[in-house]
Design a protein. Structure first.
Length: 348
């Protein structure tokens, strides 16, 4: 399993070894550190003004509020309980790590910046991180990191590193992957209505189910849904269609996305929606950048021993164009003459 050594984020507009540009309100003096450095003994005592740059892969909300116990004169969350489980991917390797937020108050402090202007798939900065020796799995492949600071969104300009899926895993850990500039096939696009109106979950969840968002905004609760198949030999056949706001932004014009009626409109025009996907793919020079996570293997018992059989559960967390396209290429929603039903149209 790959071991992270150095942060790989750089601004491609600056000569090497330029560092990621800080987000608004983020101190310029933050020093980038690698995950391996954070996990080194004693780092918690020298982490002042440091930042661990990584990719936000998933945010899971507990199905029930964490149980609180009384002790030491105050109520605290039960040791094995959590409010939100936040998954991150190291940008230089396939290492996936976590932050466990024990209560809703902690989640509000930790994620408020991401909830306002971030999303799953974004590059983020974990400020002044530290490691207490905790892992999610017994095999010690998925560490749990802590911080007392909010997580900040950073400039997304970065040099992508190819981190392929391991098709011959030797354990059942959670791992990350990233593929820069690859061809991606999109099949049978439709609209998923009534999805979460928040941004943090990337509109991947139904509006009436728990998700990682702190606030569920009203309106604009729709997103595109389709089969997404990267043209990568080791990428397994997907088992679920991707519902994603990132996906929507690839093919639908920005102004059209904010129209709450658009989901109902496009749903009745799948042929035009497929044409919208084809138009963008035809001019997507360099293809797409994708990143996400997967379970490295399935453990089965044989003669009293665990045997890893195959890769399972591949999830795409980020999908973006390797190079931008003119927004006019994307489908826009405009009212028809005579007050009829809105239809997708193209501005060019």
């Amino acid at each position: 399993m790959a071991n992270p050594n150095q942060p790989a984020l750089v601004d491609p507009q600056q000569p090497a070894p330029a560092q990621p540009q800080p987000a608004a309100g983020q101190p310029d003096e933050l020093k980038p550190v690698a995950l391996a450095a954070v996990m080194a003994p004693g780092f918690k005592f020298r982490n002042r003004n440091t930042a661990l740059y990584c990719r936000l892969l998933n945010v899971k909300k507990a199905a029930k509020a964490p149980m609180r116990v009384f002790g030491g004169g105050k109520f605290t969350a039960k040791a094995d309980a959590y409010d939100r489980l936040v998954m991150f991917g190291d940008v230089t390797s396939d290492v996936v790590f976590y932050i466990i937020s024990p209560t809703a108050d902690c989640s509000s402090k930790l994620l408020r910046d991401l909830d306002t202007r971030g999303s799953i798939g974004d590059v983020v900065a974990i400020r002044e991180p530290f490691f207490n020796g905790q892992y999610m799995l017994a095999n010690e492949d998925n560490p749990v990191i802590s911080t007392t600071q909010r997580i900040a969104v950073v400039d997304k300009k970065m040099v992508w590193k190819r981190v392929p899926i391991d098709t011959s895993p030797d354990d059942d850990s959670i791992r990350g992957f990233s593929y820069p500039s690859v061809a991606v096939n999109f099949f049978t696009p439709t609209v998923a209505p009534n999805v979460c109106g928040g941004g943090l979950c990337d509109k991947r969840n139904p509006a009436d189910t728990p998700c990682g968002c702190l606030t569920k905004k009203r309106g604009h609760g729709w997103a595109l849904e389709m089969w997404v198949v990267p043209d990568v030999p080791e990428f397994p056949e997907p088992t679920a269609r991707l519902v994603s706001h990132q996906l929507t932004k690839l093919f639908i014009a920005k102004d059209a996305i904010t129209q709450p009626c658009a989901g109902r409109v496009v749903a009745s025009n799948d042929r035009l929606l497929a044409e919208a996907v084809d138009r963008v793919c035809a001019v997507a020079v360099g293809g797409f950048n994708i990143a996400g996570w997967y379970k490295a293997g399935v453990s089965v018992q044989k003669d009293g021993e665990n045997i890893i059989t195959e890769v399972a559960g591949v999830h795409i967390s980020s999908i973006t164009l390797a190079n931008g396209v003119n927004d006019a290429i994307r489908a826009a929603m405009l009212p028809t003459s005579g007050g009829g039903t809105d239809i997708p149209v193209f501005m060019e």
